[in-house]
Ligand binder design. Structure first.
Ligand SMILES: Nc1ncnc2c1ncn2[C@@H]1O[C@H](COP(=O)(O)OP(=O)(O)O)[C@@H](O)[C@H]1O
Ligand SMILES: [Mg+2]
Length: 265
C-alpha cells in the first residue's frame, strides 16, 4: 500500500496544516485566507498565474515572510507565532530558526557559494548548523551528491558546473539537512531547456522515495506525473484543488479552465 492509500484509511495528524492564512505587504493583501493540508509523503504542487501568491505561500511556511492572520502547523508546531492570553505573539528568533530547519528550500536561483566546491556547499550547513563532525558531514554530503548524480563533480566549483548541475547541488544541500518538508519554487525556470529534465528527474526520484514536497512549477506534465494533489491559486486564494487527472481533465472553475488552455503541456 502506498503512503497515499494509507493516508485515506488513517490520515493521522497532517504534516502541514495551513488554516486561514492571511498575508499583506503593507495595505496589499496577497494571501486572502488559504487552507491547505499535506500528509507525510505527499507531493503537492501549486500552479497559477504569476502574482497569484505561490512564492509568498512557500515563504510563509518557512517564515521568510511574516504573516498577519491564520495559522501554519508543521508537525503540529505553530510556525512563526503563538497565541498567548488571546494575543498573537511572534516566537523568539531561536524557535523560528528551529522551525525553519524543519523545511528545506530550493529556488529558481541556486545561490551556491561560488568560492566553495560542490562538496563544501553541501557540508557547510551540516558542520555549522547541525554540528556534525567533518567525516560524518562529508559522508552525508557524498551520499546526497551521489543521489543527485554528481559525486564525481564534488570538487568542482559552481562556476565549473552547468545550471542543471548547480541546481542539483542546491537540492542536495537542502535535503542533506534532513528537513521534514521540502519546498521547491520554480527550480527549473532559470535553466536552459535541455537542462530541465535532469533536475525534474532528481525531484521525481525523491518523490518516489517518499519525501514530502510542496512544489511550485510551470512544468505541467511533470506536475501531473509527480503530484498527489494539485492546487490552483488565483489572486491570493486557492481556487480549486484535486488529484491531477480530475483537475486537468475536468476543471470546475472557469479560471482554471482558462489557465490550462493557455498552458503548455
Ligand atoms: N516583497 C514584496 N513587496 C510587495 N509586494 C510583493 C512582494 N513580494 C510579492 N509581492 C506581491 O505579492 C503578490 C504575490 O506574489 P508572489 O507570491 O511572488 O506570486 P507568484 O509566486 O504566484 O508569482 C504579487 O502581487 C506580488 O506583486
Ligand atoms: Mg513565484
Amino acid at each position: 500500500m502506498t503512503d497515499v492509500q494509507a493516508s485515506t484509511f488513517n490520515p493521522g495528524p497532517a504534516l502541514l496544516d495551513i488554516r486561514g492564512l492571511h498575508k499583506q505587504y503593507g495595505q496589499v493583501e496577497v494571501l486572502k485566507g488559504v487552507d491547505l493540508t499535506m500528509q507525510r509523503g505527499n507531493v503537492v504542487t501549486l500552479i497559477g498565474s504569476s502574482g497569484s501568491g505561490k512564492t509568498t505561500l512557500l515563504r510563509c511556511v518557512n517564515m521568510l515572510e511574516e504573516f498577519q492572520g491564520g495559522q501554519i502547523l508543521l508537525e503540529g508546531e505553530s510556525i512563526g507565532y503563538v497565541e498567548h492570553n488571546g494575543k498573537r505573539q511572534r516566537h523568539p528568533e531561536k524557535i523560528i530558526a528551529q522551525h525553519r530547519a524543519m523545511t528545506g528550500m530550493a529556488f529558481q536561483q541556486f545561490n551556491l557559494f561560488p568560492h566553495l566546491t560542490a562538496l563544501q556547499n553541501v557540508t557547510l550547513g551540516l558542520l555549522k548548523v547541525k554540528k556534525l563532525h567533518k567525516d560524518a558531514a562529508v559522508a552525508l554530503a557524498e551520499k546526497w551528491l551521489e543521489r543527485v548524480g554528481l559525486l564525481e563533480r564534488r570538487n568542482h566549483f559552481p562556476g565549473q558546473l552547468s545550471g542543471g548541475q548547480q541546481q542539483r547541488v542546491a537540492i542536495a544541500r537542502a535535503i542533506a539537512m534532513n528537513p521534514s518538508l521540502m519546498l521547491f519554487d520554480e527550480v527549473t525556470s532559470a535553466l536552459d531547456p535541455e537542462l530541465v529534465g535532469e533536475v525534474l528527474s532528481v525531484i521525481k526520484g525523491l518523490a518516489e522515495d517518499g519525501m514530502t514536497m510542496l512544489l511550485v512549477t510551470h512544468e505541467m506534465r511533470f506536475a501531473f506525473e509527480v503530484s498527489d494533489k494539485i492546487v490552483f491559486m488565483n489572486q491570493g486564494r486557492i481556487e480549486e484543488q484535486g488529484a491531477p487527472k480530475a483537475l486537468f481533465e475536468r476543471p470546475q472553475s472557469p479560471r482554471l479552465a482558462e489557465f490550462l488552455k493557455n498552458t503548455r503541456f
